[in-house]
Design a protein. Structure first.
Length: 154
DNA sequence: GCCAACGTTGGC
DNA sequence: GCCAACGTTGGC
């Protein structure tokens, strides 16, 4: 089982939006970056765990824990010319993009801000903390995962 | 709103 | 296949 971090702008879709869904489950669409897509398509499996990360907001940071409940399948929003995620190169045979379904397990007892993540030496290897990091889906090591869970629980 | 960093596009 | 131009991300 793998661990992940998935970014979303709370103004577009927040952890509370996910919490409000039936069964706290929704699809994670709109990924339009090849590296992020390939992580979803090739490596993300049912049962994997992922942090819900709020980006581009007042207090960027990790706010919740999700479980992958459906592996990658076609993201048809790429076909919808009215969607923000429309991709003119997408075809019905090959939309080029995939999404997964996630279920919110729980919000963290307290959010762990980007600032706090940066202050821990044990986490300096996280891709999230590298300069210019723009990946919207990235792997998290078991070590980093456990460390952050521990932080949020104390 | 600024801007650094990075990814993508497309002409050659 | 190079690389300049452009678009996007995301912290500040």
């Amino acid at each position: 089982m793998k661990h992940w971090l998935m970014k979303s702008e709370p103004s577009a879709y927040s952890v509370d939006d996910l919490a409000a869904q039936p069964n706290k489950t929704d699809h994670w669409d709109g990924i339009r970056n090849y590296q992020a897509r390939n992580f979803m398509r090739d490596d993300m499996k049912i049962g994997d765990l992922a942090f819900f990360y709020h980006s581009s907001c007042a207090e960027p940071g990790i706010v919740g824990i999700m479980e992958v409940v459906r592996a990658a399948y076609s993201d048809d929003s790429a076909l919808d010319s009215k969607s923000d995620y429309f991709d003119p190169k997408a075809t019905a045979e090959n939309t080029r993009w995939v999404m997964v379904d996630v279920r919110l397990k729980r919000k963290l007892k307290r959010p762990i801000s980007l600032q706090e993540l940066k202050s821990h030496k044990a986490l300096t290897g996280m891709p999230l903390l590298q300069r210019g990091a723009r990946l919207s889906i990235m792997p998290v090591t078991k070590k980093q995962w456990d460390y952050i869970i521990k932080l949020s629980d104390r």
